[in-house]
Design a protein around this ligand. Sequence first.
Ligand code: BGC
Length: 892
Amino acid sequence: MPAMQPVVSGEIDSDSGIDATTSPLGSAGPSITPDTEISPPNSPFTPSEKLNDARQTAKKKLATLTLEEKVSLLTAADFWRTKAIPEKGIPAAKTTDGPNGARGSIFVGGTKAALFPCGISLAATWNKDILYSIGQHLGNETKARSANILLGPTVCLHRHPLGGRNFESFSEDPFLTGKLSAQYIRGLQQKGVAAAIKHFVANEQETERNNMNTVVSERSLRELYLRPFEIAVREASPWAVMSSYNLINGVHADMNHYTITEILRGEWGFDGTVISDWDGINSTVETLKAGCDIEFPFSKKWRFEKALKAVEDGSLTVEDIDRATENALTLITRVKGDDVSEEAAEREDNRAETRELIREAGVQGLTLLKNETSILPIDPRTTKLAIIGPNANRAIAGGGGSASLNPYYTTIPLESIKSALKEAGNQDEVTYAVGCHTNKWLPVASPLCTTRDGTQGVTIDWFAGDKFEGSPVLTQTRYNTDLFLWDSAPVAQVGPQWSAIATTYLTPTSTGKHTLSFMSVGAGKLYVDGKEVMDLWNWTEEGEAMFDGSIDYLIDVEMEAGKAVELKVRMTNELRPISKQKKTGATHKYGGCRIGFKEEDQIDYIQEAVETAKAADVAVLIVGVDAEWESEGYDRQSMDLPTDGVQDRLIEAVLAANPNTVVVNQSGSPVTMPWADKVPTILQAWFQGQEAGNALADVLFGKKNPSGKLPCTFPRRLEDSPAYHNWPGENLEVMYGEGLFIGYRHYERAKIEPLFPFGHGLSYTSFEYGRPSVNTKTLSSEVGSTVDITLAISNIGEVEGAETVQLYVHDEKSRLIRPEKELVAFEKVFLEPGETRHITISLDKRAVGYFDTAINRWIAEEGRFNVLIGASSADIRRTISFDVKKSFNWVF
Ligand code: BGC
């Protein structure tokens, strides 16, 4: 194996003769937080000098503004930008999604961008340094899109395996999430780009996300859901926080004075800016009083005249407006200074070093769950391989929703595997079988679609008004038949009410009864060769795709191979279903449609896969979900691999045909694996961005050693999961009834053995944990008091590899119930074969504290604490103890 870059941020024993690779942060130690003093209540935080400068400038600018100008800054100017007032030296700041890339201003098919592994894949690296580097590269990408604020990271927790946005957030554990997101933010902001950490707070599901009331106990809020934000604020000072859509204990997140003003700003001293989620403002007065500074996107619904009127009638004070405006100006100054020059066009910035980083992050996130008969790594020189599965010959690069973007390129497992074998001089042909199809919606028709002149895509004729009147105001060509027009209808030219005709020519590759699918956002009809085949003008059944679209309607059409058919869609942006017009008071919204296509199946796919597997030495079966199954906008309905058990049947059939079967699963959260006990080798491959195929090939053939560890528990059955009885809530209320016991905290306490525990992940080598020692047996309330634990980690195998050492604390006795163990530190150590390193990890008061609601403070309670040191939450190798002699408490 070629040398792997050692990335170690722990303190290394100088006697071992090994160079300490300095952390990019130059921090004292990996798990010690920079602020360890006993903080006085409500005033613990000193804002950074730089932020202070921005605030001083903001104050000066504020003094020059009229009340109207101030209010105008409290709502975005358009979909993505804050309002500019150039004559007063106030530029616009541009936001972009986030979090695993910088998409730019077009939702689908925009400027090409680097696609990084999704949040859970990054978390599976357990590597703080790589998260810092990723933050920096995301900074470069954000700038290339001419944006200044990246809408990320997403730090909501995995409360339930079916959470639609689990893939884009990090983990079920607040400490792991907080530590990694702090590094991401530091890297990003080091480039001068603001992070908007999201979504604040208690937003762990998509079902009814705009109106769902999260009922959560104070202790769970503090110890779980607020914790990642708290760590990020302390360690990385994000310049912006995005409020969430939901309500927290009865109050909408944007109007929540308790979470935004009392906790975030008051207790934690957050000195940045709070922005709303998109369309996530729910009032005029309360939201500004609560501290939600900037509304996104542009809307006249809540602010502007209404805010001015509220000042007039006294329900808002000028101070309320000034405070929010000063915060808005602080963010703008922070990222733009005085630069009122014209915004540059978005550009691509496809850098080799970013591609390498994404590939390395992919490798480090690949999580080897099982390798019983050591089929992996596969010898690329001599093995005859069968590559099988619905995800083998597709690029499954990311989840769906606002985290998605138009990647510079993607890598497909089958192609990457083929080129790795070729490189190794393997003469055998790689055989491939799809095995089954798993589409939630039919694949977009675009790859087979051209405009009249033969270029791939769709022509759209746009009309002003919703009646197709006159001649088109403009004609566009779009690449995709997923015409999601949320932010990209040319409203400046066509006005707020529009109609459009999309035309494309679809050429099938085979003759048969093929299937077309059509879904519509506004009013829409589909025509094939001039004949109306689907009328969704007044559709009523809401689907999941595109947030506000109809369900997908299917129609079979006889087609001939190579003969083009004309597809035409007439659509308007009239709001559908019509019942919504009454509810919202709006008649028109964004419109759009999606055309899918699938040719008739000609063969028995599972039988073909079985034959292919039989003829090979090793079968690599690449299964999973995709961005349609895991997406923002909805939660998954089942933990089973889609659809109707076909992938499970495929796995059983291939395994029966060839015992040397490797199952690679691509998903952003756990899936049920009823075959897990039988399949010898399982690799969890997440959604790994543009380098997914290459990273996978690196690991399959042992060019690189996988070092991912699970950031979430994989339960055997959905029914075992902690929030099973409280998901997804009813009557717009979800009870976080499992309290403190989410993830491994639940499985440990209920003594339910999961399929794969939190923190689990194997390597091609093995590691030995030496006996730990401590510098002191006592943690005290003195400023800077720490317990430093030193232990040796050895690579006792044949190849280099990396191990993540995990430290959990078990409180022997406490006044309130505590989880069996809680993660309090972790360190990834890179080791050559035969090498031993000593690492020292410092624990401070936060490693032992819990939130005592009797005093509304964190408390370190007198007594014994056992530190459980292991390779996963269930594989504890060493234990050492220390005491807190006298209880003490703190606020932040
Ligand atoms: C999502 C945010 C996202 C925003 C802008 C919202 O629907 O919840 O995470 O940043 O849209 O796309």
